[in-house]
Write a protein that binds this ligand. Structure first.
Ligand SMILES: Cc1cc2nc3c(=O)[nH]c(=O)nc-3n(C[C@H](O)[C@H](O)[C@H](O)COP(=O)(O)O)c2cc1C
Length: 208
């Protein structure tokens, strides 16, 4: 059975273009894998707490010495790691906010990046990702154009996402861009149309 984890991150609710395109991709993936299970983590609707003293303290305290607040904070992190670990495919919809990812998506990474669980350091001190063997589809939506110069110089979203995912071992990443949606009255429609065509091609490739 194929397990799909769908993570959406837009603060724009039903207006979100990244969610819309990612849902089309999900539908294609489910058609290709009729027995797939989908777990949805909507970080836009239910933001995660930021990294704070309880979570950070809890990470480094032995299990039996954690305070009740630390235990609760670490339990959220453990659940998010288990969710990711169980996934064969990750569909991550990321809205660009102020040139980068949403703060709640950053928080997702802050809950996930734990030495010994999602990455480790080798004897030579090199980081090694432990969440290997997964396919990631990254749907990034941006008001401007960042796939080419001059925008690509200030794209702190897709390169960061690729780096963080790779750091944890998620190196098989396919990017779909819903871009330029703020560049004119019919720009959102055109951006979704182009991205949807890319989604169908990508899903067809996966099914082949
Ligand atoms: C608060 C805010 C900040 C934004 N910052 C940027 C930005 O820095 N660069 C950009 O190209 N678009 C920016 N946008 C536009 C969004 O990236 C665009 O609307 C995108 O479609 C959002 O993803 P979503 O449709 O999934 O919500 C911003 C939008 C909002 C609401």
């Amino acid at each position: 059975m194929t397990n799909i984890l769908f993570v959406s991150t837009s603060p724009r609710g039903a207006d979100s273009l990244s969610t819309k395109v990612a849902l089309t991709l999900l539908s294609d993936l489910e058609t290709a894998n009729p027995n797939a299970t989908v777990v949805t983590r909507d970080l836009g609707a239910a933001p995660l707490p930021h990294l704070g003293p309880d979570l950070l303290g809890g990470f480094f305290a032995p299990d039996d010495q954690r305070t009740p607040d630390q235990k609760q904070a670490v339990a959220t992190s453990d659940a998010l790691i288990a969710e990711l670990k169980a996934a064969d495919i990750v569909v991550l919809a990321s809205a660009m906010i102020n040139f980068t990812i949403t703060s709640t998506l950053k928080s997702w990474f802050d809950h996930l990046a734990r030495a010994g669980l999602t990455f480790r350091y080798t004897e030579e001190g090199k980081p090694e990702g432990l969440m290997t063997g997964k396919k990631v589809y990254l749907v990034v939506s941006t008001g401007g154009i960042y796939s080419a110069e001059p925008g690509s110089a200030v794209d702190f979203q897709a390169p960061y996402l690729k780096h963080m995912l790779g750091f944890m071992g998620l190196t098989d990443v396919e990017i779909v861009r819903v871009e330029g949606s703020l560049l004119g009255p019919d720009a959102p429609e055109k951006a979704v149309e182009a991205a949807t065509a890319q989604v169908h091609a990508v899903a067809q490739q996966a099914a082949a």
